[in-house]
Design a binder for this molecule. Structure first.
Ligand SMILES: *Cc1c(COP(=O)(O)O)cnc(C)c1O
Length: 446
């Protein structure tokens, strides 16, 4: 960390013009990531971008312009996708539990493709679409029998809110067949996240394709024809630590051959022609945007405590990695951007903390750092995905970081600055009347 040779993700002269705390996103890097990923996928495959990784409008626009499709999980993400210019017909709406109101809202705005995670979810979509006179389509999300080795977060093969177990669909295929207003058009097999090896990715996709064949045969008997196979992704990326985009260039040949072989078998098993082959699509969040973001944060205090150096930054789990509060994230080693001046000697072996009033707001228990002083600025690389979007922004009520967009392909342009804000508004009346409560029933005496 902070070796002079460490490349800064964004040119220093650009960083100097951005107030801290700030996220800086480089659109040129988003484009490079997109090119690297599409180059690793079979020609003609579709690619969804998961907005939960980073829904900044400029990032979304850059990805839309490259032909990526939006995968959203909430009304807010749908707003962001439509505002970035995607037509509602391009949207895939996913998530393991959906409120009637949000499905209605999505249908009214023209969304037609949903991922569903249970038999109830098929019925729910059918009922909502019928009420609105719409015809929806759905992908059945599958929780396969086994976890995939090498995953960051296991999402299949374990008890999970995600998807219907393969076994369940095989046992009761009729419950997963099309309804009058919810046509089952495909499968959604997102197995997990953050796979960094081509072999692990191929193993995962091989298993997904075999599962898809088994399910296709069972569902075909109930009139379901698979037109879309969403094979998920899980393409890994470095997070909040130095590192480069993972080289996936070896993936394409093996993956192309695998898909070709498995879809040929599937076609034979179903007596289909080549023309009926399902469209294969993939999904990614972190690979597309992870390396495109850096967090700049100023040093607020430096002191000694019980024999240890302590550095307090203006950002903590409120600005980066609320998930670190869940002890999910690696200890972080920030890069130094400004200072220390040449006259400073020595270094620190420091506990690095954010400004929040909880000991959970700790970046590192013991990080080797240069001799920092208040006012210095450090940079945390590779936080373009799950940075601000995954943080505990309301906790302690500090202002949110500025978000600055730069474009390495247009080095002269000044960074465009925006800031998210949160306000309290009066709530809408409840959708359901609150039950009449007799205070005596609750044992409360006023
Ligand atoms: C979160 C998510 C993704 C993106 O995951 P990454 O690890 O960021 O690529 C893709 N698909 C689904 C269904 C997800 O929930």
């Amino acid at each position: 960390m902070s070796e002079p040779s460490d490349p800064l993700p964004v040119p220093p002269e650009l960083l100097a013009s951005v107030p801290t705390p700030a996220y800086v996103y480089d659109l040129a890097e988003v484009r490079r990531n997109h090119e690297a990923l599409t180059g690793a996928l079979p020609a003609g495959a579709g690619l969804y971008y998961s907005l939960k990784a980073n829904a900044h409008p400029a990032v979304l626009t850059a990805l839309r312009e490259r032909g990526t499709l939006p995968e959203v999980c909430s009304t807010g993400e749908l707003d962001a996708a439509l505002a970035a210019g995607w037509p509602a017909g391009d949207v895939l709406y996913t998530g393991p539990g959906k409120r009637d109101e949000e499905i209605d809202d999505a249908l009214r705005r023209g969304v037609r493709l949903f991922s569903v995670d249970s038999a109830h979810a098929v019925e729910q979509l059918d009922a909502r679409a019928e009420r609105l006179g719409a015809d929806a389509r759905c992908l059945l999300r599958i929780n396969d029998d086994q976890p995939v080795p090498g995953q960051g977060l296991a999402m299949t093969g374990v008890p999970s809110q995600f998807g219907a177990d393969t076994r369940w669909v095989l046992d009761e295929p009729a419950r997963f067949a099309s309804r009058p207003h919810a046509e089952v058009v495909g499968l959604h097999l997102y197995m997990g996240t953050n796979l960094g090896q081509v072999d692990a990715l191929l193993g995962q996709f091989a298993r997904s394709l075999r599962t898809a064949r088994t399910l296709a045969a069972a569902l075909a008997e109930h009139g379901v024809r698979l037109r879309v196979l969403d094979l998920g992704g899980g393409f890994g990326a470095p997070f909040a630590a130095a590192g480069e985009r993972i080289d996936l260039s070896g993936l394409r040949p093996g993956l192309t051959a695998l898909i070709d072989e498995q879809l040929t078998l599937l076609g034979r098993e179903l007596d289909d022609t080549d023309a009926d082959r399902p469209q294969v699509v993939f999904e990614s969040g972190r690979y597309l945007v992870g390396t495109a973001g850096v967090l700049l944060s100023a040093v607020l205090d430096v002191k000694r405590s019980h024999g240890k150096d302590v550095v307090v930054l203006e950002s903590g789990i409120n600005h980066l990695g609320g998930m670190s509060g869940l002890r999910r994230l690696p200890a972080l080693n920030p890069h130094l951007v400004t200072g220390p001046a040449p006259d400073r000697e020595g270094g620190l072996e420091a506990l690095v903390a954010g400004p929040l009033c909880t000991p959970l707001d700790t970046w590192a228990r013991s990080a080797r750092l240069p001799a920092l002083r208040p006012g210095d600025v450090v940079a945390v690389p590779n936080v373009g995905a799950y940075g601000l979007s995954a943080s505990l922004v309301a906790f302690l009520g500090h202002p949110l970081p500025v978000e600055a967009v730069v474009d390495g392909d247009r080095p002269g342009a000044a960074p465009a600055l925006t800031r998210l804000t949160f306000e309290r508004h009066p709530a809408e009346p409840p959708h359901r009347p609150a039950p009449d409560r007799d205070t005596a029933d609750l044992g409360v005496k006023w």
